[in-house]
Design a binder for this molecule. Structure first.
Ligand code: ATP
Length: 389
């Protein structure tokens, strides 16, 4: 028999996997295909990595035709999933069958880095399907000849239109609460949702923000969350908490003024003269009220970071500063000095980064006769006094 071996993380399986398998089946005239999800070390399971058992179940939902078998041989081995050992095991079970190793073109181009790849080659015929438009047939052929030493007849390349999707795309959609069924089929999509696979711990808040913010602001919030988590790791603060505060810092940014005023009034806020005259500052104050009253957030560090992310204040905590700076260095920012800000932020000089952004803000506000909040001046003076001590 001609047997195809198709290994992968399948986290989760998607239509690109299925199309790859079917293309190769036809091109290589295979009788059977064994689907082998790789083992995942238990400590790596989590929001991004579903357990082996879940991935096996989803593979069974994807690969339903009779000629497919889903095998748990790597998962039950509970060890690093080296293809070389898997093939040795298969050779023992079916010594007279011809084996075909099925991979996507991206995997072929790194084949020379696989464990004992020279020993794998005599055991199988490589079967490759193009994955992205970028990689073409002649490039794959050249690689297999020059790097792997394979002749044209020793590798099978299915050069059909690739299905542009990846498990990463599926996971991203799911963690945002967006539809991914078109990539996986409804059954796997529902299975993943019912079992809370790939849900980010903050997905309910992301959904909430998605409703309240425009596209630009939503992406900005996701980016600030990521920068905040990065800085928290670097400066020894709580990563998840920083991500959460970064995510929610602009929650009121797209609300209208009267709604913000109502919320602030409900929260017992009395605006100062400066604040009354400058509605651009309201979203941070109303943001704190929203977190406190509507979302029931009680963590004072998060509330303070959201409240002071625009103006700063005297005696900012490390956590406050992380959110403040994250807002200036998020991925989509492209103001002229952003790279200087980024290098100050990651160069163990968080106070310098705060000062740099304050100098920029105070200067541009004074140039256009804008109102400067007293908290920003207090923040500035505090940084200078501390630096001089
Ligand atoms: P992730 O996005 O998590 O990296 P993935 O979508 O690349 O995952 P894997 O399970 O890692 O999926 O891939 C298993 C095999 O399937 C690999 O050989 C890969 O090249 C191939 N493959 C994955 N997606 C496609 C696709 N859309 N078209 C063709 N081949 C694919």
């Amino acid at each position: 028999m001609r047997i195809g071996i198709f290994g992968g993380t399948f986290n989760p399986p998607h239509k690109g996997h299925k199309k790859l398998a079917l293309n190769i089946k036809e091109k290589a005239d295979l009788d059977r295909i064994i689907i082998i999800p790789t083992f995942t070390p238990p400590h790596k399971e989590g929001k991004d990595l579903a357990s082996g058992e879940h991935r096996i179940k989803m593979c069974e939902m994807m690969f339903t035709e009779d000629f497919f078998t889903v095998s748990d041989m790597e998962i039950s081995r509970r060890d690093k999933s080296y293809t070389y050992y898997t093939l040795l095991e298969l050779k023992k079970v079916c010594p007279d069958d011809e084996l075909f190793l099925i991979i996507g073109s991206d995997m072929l181009l790194s084949f020379h880095t696989w464990f004992r790849y020279e020993d794998i080659l005599p055991m199988v015929t490589l079967c490759v399907a193009t994955r992205e438009d970028k990689v073409d047939y002649s490039e794959l052929l050249a690689y297999s000849k020059d790097v792997l030493g394979l002749g044209k007849n020793e590798i099978i390349i299915a050069d059909t239109e690739p299905y542009e999707c990846s498990s990463t795309d599926v996971r991203q959609q799911l963690s945002l609460g967006l539809d991914a069924a078109y990539m996986t089929g409804r059954e796997i999509y529902d299975y993943a949702r019912l079992n809370l696979l790939y849900e980010s711990p903050f997905s309910e808040y992301k959904r909430l923000l998605r409703d309240r913010l425009d596209d630009y602001r939503f992406l900005h919030s996701l980016n600030v969350a990521e920068s905040a988590a990065f800085l928290a790791d670097m400066y020894g603060e709580d990563r998840d908490k920083a991500y959460f505060a970064g995510l929610l810092h602009d929650i009121m940014k797209n609300e209208n003024k009267s709604d913000m005023l109502k919320l602030m009034e409900k929260g017992g806020i009395i605006l100062s003269r400066t604040e009354k005259a400058n509605p651009k500052l309201w979203h941070a104050i109303a943001g704190e009220c929203c977190l406190r009253t509507e979302l029931g957030i009680k963590d004072e560090e998060i509330l303070s970071a959201v409240r002071y992310h625009t103006t700063g204040k005297e005696a900012m905590s490390l956590f406050d500063k992380i959110i403040y700076v994250a807002d200036y260095i998020s991925a989509e920012r492209n103001y002229p000095d952003v790279e200087t800000m980024r290098s100050l932020a990651v160069g163990n000089t968080l106070d310098e980064a705060c000062l740099y952004s304050l100098q920029y803000t105070l200067k541009s506000l004074s140039e256009k006769k804008g109102i400067i909040h007293e908290d920003s001046l207090a923040f500035y003076n505090d940084l200078i006094i501390n630096m001089k001590q």
